[in-house]
Design a protein around this ligand. Structure first.
Ligand code: PEP
Ligand code: MG
Length: 560
């Protein structure tokens, strides 16, 4: 039975016929034969754009999930952008063919976005998709994108744009396999939030033939082709067990012998509160505030910030909300807060707290907004800084919090230096929160955005487990809380290991909460500690995963 191996990024197993993401090889602009009549070329180009907009609108109307509807509506608005339409018209009237007029006009928008990098550059993929749709329409080629199928399928693609992933219907897509992409890519994060098993960074995936039956294990990263019927039956049973397990345990996070491990949600703004509450989050473990600052020419006012923060704080009257101050720079560049000089390696540059130390007025305003948002509310507000490296960083941040009247100030442990010397940092702060996404990229010197490095970005890397263990131990010695808020906490097996390594709470994308809650409730704290110990003793990520599972006996019965 042929087998491919990638990186499992969304646990669970799925099996079914492969449908490939429809890629269309478009004729190059040079191949486009000019019609000779500029009016006709312009009319053809505009009709193609409008047809794409109408198609997207129609799909939005039929989309069942609000996120999908929003993405589709935003895309149809992009195609109808007056600037784009004006550009296409002008170029056609100057003698360009319809295809060239469309291609060049999109190019201008793409170049503008590409230089911004990070989150915004991700929209380049959306623009490419829209251009390809318009040109496919011109040449009457099949539309690129998610295939249409009468039966559920395993989706195989070279890579998926965030807009494609947002549209996936979990009832239709049994699993995802991509040749490119890494564990912290948007595809991985969205797949996890949709509960679709996924393997990324899987060499050879793009050449799996349409219709081949594939069995995908989103935990181990193994993709089996043409599996036996007994294997398929096993997978079907596992999926049913997962659904049962996820619905079986409610309430607060704790191990089977009653050790509390509070479970929190990661959110980017008030829009994600509903999902957090639905999935039983006990609070927010990571509120990424940068979304509020994105796409702005200047920082939002203190009042605007206060109102948004208050909405989040009010959602958990009896709980806890951990807010991260602005984490700009690196993969999250902000227009109004540029890194001061050219940075050949933005991930290693002035990002997070480093940038806030350069612009202290931004930090002061944000802390003041947070303090005033929390005034009079029963919620426990905790505020933390990203990209803290040493004691000077930690002391700087805590001092700024105290000055703003914030009593509970912590730091993210996401730089290996901070993890290794956590014992020195602990006395200076009120809590730690381990950001495994960045901790992995810095520990393994592997850019989290580079899919080709997916193997190195595996959170089961024993070196990463060591760093978590060191920070967890230092926090324990200091009698201090140490949460984990990176994506690693969303993997039920790893969640148990993290608790065993000393994590006192876990925070993740909300849909991952039920299975993590069930996995913790099925094991004692001692089992979690044994699993952690044997995983740390392993020599590779794969061995660590397998060794930990030996102690986490209930996972198999839960379909994990
Ligand atoms: C992390 O680095 O693990 C983290 C939680 O923060 P972000 O993914 O926003 O960098
Ligand atoms: Mg981070």
């Amino acid at each position: 039975m042929p087998e491919l191996t990638g990186v499992g990024v969304s646990p669970g197993t799925g099996s079914g016929p492969v449908r490939r993401f429809v890629e269309v090889s478009l004729p190059s602009p040079a191949q486009a034969v000019p019609h000779g009549d500029p009016h006709l070329e312009r009319a053809r180009a505009l009709a193609a754009l409008e047809a794409v907009a109408v198609d997207l609108e129609m799909r939005a109307r039929h989309a069942t999930r609000p996120e999908a509807r929003d993405v589709l509506n935003a895309q149809s608005m992009m195609v109808r952008d007056p600037g784009l339409i004006g550009g296409v018209s002008g170029r056609a009237m100057e003698g360009a063919t319809a295809a060239v007029a469309i291609g060049r006009s999109f190019q201008i928008y793409r170049d503008m976005l590409a230089v911004t990098g990070g989150y915004l550059a991700a929209r380049v993929a959306d623009l490419n998709d829209l251009r390809d749709r318009a040109v496919a329409r011109l040449y009457r080629l099949p539309m690129p994108g998610i295939p249409v199928s009468d039966e559920p399928f395993v989706l195989v693609a070279r890579d998926l744009a965030p807009a494609d992933t947002a549209l996936l219907d979990p009832a239709q897509v049994l699993a995802i396999v991509t040749e490119q992409g890494g564990p912290t890519s948007h595809t991985a994060i969205l797949a996890r939030s949709l509960g679709i098993p996924a393997v990324v960074g899987c060499p050879g995936a793009a050449s799996i033939a349409e219709g081949t039956i594939a069995l995908v294990d989103g935990a181990s990263g193994v993709v089996r082709l043409d599996p036996s019927s007994s294997d398929v039956e096993r997978v079907r049973r596992a999926a049913a067990s997962r659904a049962t397990a996820a619905g079986a345990v409610t309430g607060k996070g704790m191990t089977s012998d009653g050790h509390p491990v509070p479970l929190f949600a990661n959110i980017g703004g008030p829009g994600e509160l509903a999902a957090a509450l639905t999935h039983g989050a006990e609070g927010v473990g990571l509120y990424r505030t940068e979304l509020l600052f994105l796409d702005r020419a200047k920082a939002p006012s203190q009042e605007e910030q206060r109102d948004v923060y208050r909405e989040v704080l009010e959602a958990f009257p009896a709980g806890r909300v951990v807010v991260r101050v602005l984490d700009a720079g690196g993969d999250k560049p902000l227009t109004f807060l540029p890194a001061p000089g050219a940075e050949p390696n933005p991930g290693l540059g002035e990002r997070g707290l480093r940038l806030l130390r350069r612009y202290p007025e931004i930090l002061t305003a944000q802390l003041a907004a947070l303090a005033s948002a929390a005034r009079g509310l029963p919620v426990k507000l905790q505020v933390m800084a990203p990209m803290v490296t040493d004691i000077a960083d930690a002391e700087y941040f805590v001092k700024a919090c105290r000055k703003a009247g914030i009593a509970n100030a912590g730091i993210m442990i996401e730089v290996p230096a901070a993890a290794l010397r956590a014992r020195d940092l602990a006395p200076a702060v009120d809590f730690f929160s381990i950001g495994t996404n960045d901790l992995i990229q810095y520990a393994c010197a592997a850019d989290r955005e580079v899919g080709a490095l997916a193997r190195l970005l595996d959170p089961w890397q024993p070196a990463v487990l060591d760093l978590v263990g060191i920070a967890g131990h230092a926090a324990h010695e200091a009698g201090m809380a140490c949460g984990v808020c990176g994506e690693a906490a969303a993997d039920p097996a790893l969640a148990c290991v993290l608790a065993g390594l000393g994590a006192t709470s876990l925070s993740m994308n909300a849909p991952a909460l039920p299975l993590v809650r069930a996995a913790l409730a099925a094991h004692t704290m001692d089992e979690c500690r044994h699993a952690a110990k044997t995983a740390r003793a392993a020599a590779s990520a794969a061995e660590a995963r397998a060794a930990a599972r030996e102690h986490l006996h209930a996972l198999r019965d839960m379909g994990l």
